[in-house]
Design a protein around this ligand. Sequence first.
Ligand code: SAM
Length: 290
Amino acid sequence: MSILEETKFLMKKYHINANKNLGQNFLIDDETVDNIISAANIQPNDLIIEIGPGLGTLTARLLEKASKVIAIELDNEMITILQDRFQFYNNFELIHQDVLKVNLKQKITENANNISSVKIVANLPYYITTPIIMKLLEEHLPIESITVMVQKEVADRLTATPGKKNTGAITYCISYYCEAQEVLFVPNTSFLPSPEVNSAVIHLLIRKNPPVIVRDETFFFRVIQASFMQRRKTLLNGLSNSNIAPKDTLKQMLKDLQLDENIRGETLDLQQFSQISNYLTKSNGDIDNF
Ligand code: SAM
């Protein structure tokens, strides 16, 4: 049975109408599913966390390859299908909850025995792509990689090079925590129902060590956020409007770091942002734990 036939069969059997509010666009293309599974590079001892399993299309393939699959789904109707479909699998755990509320660190710790690495694989619900990715990164989870489907435009932003085209504050965050790659273009015809926009699969390999030294991570990301908040403004105005530091301090900083007073945040790379945030942390007198 093809994935399209499988999807139609399940939707009919369980009287499912895709719920737009929950970002339900089900994968119906066999080749795309195979490509996601191979991009995730799943090994027999891996623990896989799948976010938004839906009807279980990816889940079924993940269960064949991994030691264990933990699937997190919010929708009641999907839960019924998943419970039926995978009831005889002893390597399947289903969590019926909003992924943003799940204590993932605890879940991973509970399952750490005989696991070589933890990987995230998902066709993400698009309305919360950014909060999900930020949660996975900011919680410093012991995961090796994240292989997820996102909107094409978002994929471009997430995998852009800091200081170059298509960036946003999140580009810097991704670059700080991961090596990011866009691995697959996926046309909107690969989903049922078909969304308005195309998609792409990205692979984020979590770095063991950050590429730049930062005194205070929270402040570093606040500085980046502030300089992207008002895109058309100069870095100086963006940072001063967000009360990152007094204007005089910022002017002196630009001088000391040999940056033009009219420079825009989006032209800076990760190293330059780390210099700025370290400079300002130092000028706040916090040099003890550097
Ligand atoms: N994995 C399936 C596939 O590829 O066909 C479905 C993917 S669909 C794009 C996104 C899934 O995420 C849906 O099943 C939806 O119900 C689920 N979802 C939406 N919001 C969620 C949340 N906050 N927590 C967990 N799952 C959620």
